[in-house]
Design a protein around this ligand. Structure first.
Ligand SMILES: Nc1ncnc2c1ncn2[C@@H]1O[C@H](COP(=O)(O)OP(=O)(O)OP(=O)(O)O)[C@@H](O)[C@H]1O
Ligand SMILES: [Mg+2]
Length: 271
């Protein structure tokens, strides 16, 4: 789906933010991109949808070099949720906001009207709301609804749950998970929340100082304390505790698994 080939990028008048980065994300994967502040996560996200073009190397989307592809064509395939929804929302009603990208891509009016109603219902939004008067969680939902309107094949989420309460967080993530599972939408999610990464991603890319320090299955990365430390990332609490507890807790990642392992150990001790 998306391939980085020895990609470097530097903002004007700065040192390289991304250096010699290579990885491939296949169709249907759910990948998390983690790293400390300034590691280069948002820069990578923007390189994926052509908002930024590499200073060196190539970013290929379905084999096409993004630096040779018009942004409008990339936007057809890539849905993007900005780190801050207020940088994304630009229309005066939720209905117009959701219709915005479909109009830009030349959908006909009837198709737009049908899709807007579908999205409003799926995200529990009212079409006549003024987006900027809504709560943080609602604005995030509006931004995500807009990003998904054109049915992208690759969805990039930059910190999708920051500032959301638990219920709103689950609501958004369950929707994204269903898209990934049922429609094969590829997801690349930037997050600082290791619990979220562990619960939803299947593979993790670990970034530090613009370089890829690690890339692997989520369970392996979550238990690799040395790797997370090098990336200045705090591990999720349950797998970190499981590591401390040692034998019998090797496969523990969630609270439910922790409870099961403790019960098993108690039962063994009382025998
Ligand atoms: N517009 C810009 N101009 C100059 N430098 C920038 C710009 N945007 C980002 N940078 C620099 O590039 C590096 C990577 O920034 P980036 O925003 O990709 O990090 P990040 O991993 O997303 O961080 P955070 O977790 O804080 O969102 C940082 O050193 C940052 O200061
Ligand atoms: Mg960022």
């Amino acid at each position: 789906m998306i391939r980085f080939e020895d990609v470097s990028f530097h903002y004007p008048h700065t040192q390289a933010s991304i250096e010699g980065l290579s990885f491939h994300i296949a169709k249907g994967e759910f990948v998390a991109l983690i790293g400390a502040n300034g590691a280069g996560k948002s820069t990578i996200s923007r390189l994926c949808n052509g908002l930024l073009r590499p200073s060196a190397g190539r970013v290929l989307l379905d084999g096409e070099d993004t630096s040779q592809t018009p942004t409008s064509r990339l936007a057809r395939k890539v849905g993007f949720l900005f780190q801050n929804p207020d940088r994304q929302i630009c229309e005066n009603t939720v209905r117009e906001e959701i219709a915005f990208s479909m109009k830009a891509q030349g959908w006909d009016e009837q198709a737009i009207a049908g899709r807007v109603e579908e999205i409003l219902a799926a995200f529990d939004l009212a079409g006549d709301w003024f987006p900027f008067e809504r709560s943080r969680g609602e604005r995030q939902r509006i931004a995500l609804a807009g990003a998904l309107a054109c049915e992208p094949q690759l969805l990039i989420l930059d910190e999708p749950t920051t500032g959301l309460d638990y219920r709103e967080c689950i609501r958004i993530m369950d929707y994204v998970t269903a898209l990934n599972r049922d429609k094969g939408v590829t997801v690349l999610m930037v997050s600082h929340d290791m619990e979220l990464v562990q619960d939803y991603a299947r593979r993790v890319l670990v970034l530090e100082g613009g370089k890829l320090l690690g890339d692997g299955d989520v369970k392996r990365v979550m238990k690799d304390e040395a790797l997370l430390r090098s990336a200045r990332v705090l591990p999720a609490q349950i797998p970190a505790l499981a590591l401390r507890l040692g034998e019998g807790f090797e496969d523990v990642y969630t609270i439910a698994e922790m409870a099961g392992a403790i019960q098993k150990r108690r039962a063994e001790a009382s025998r």
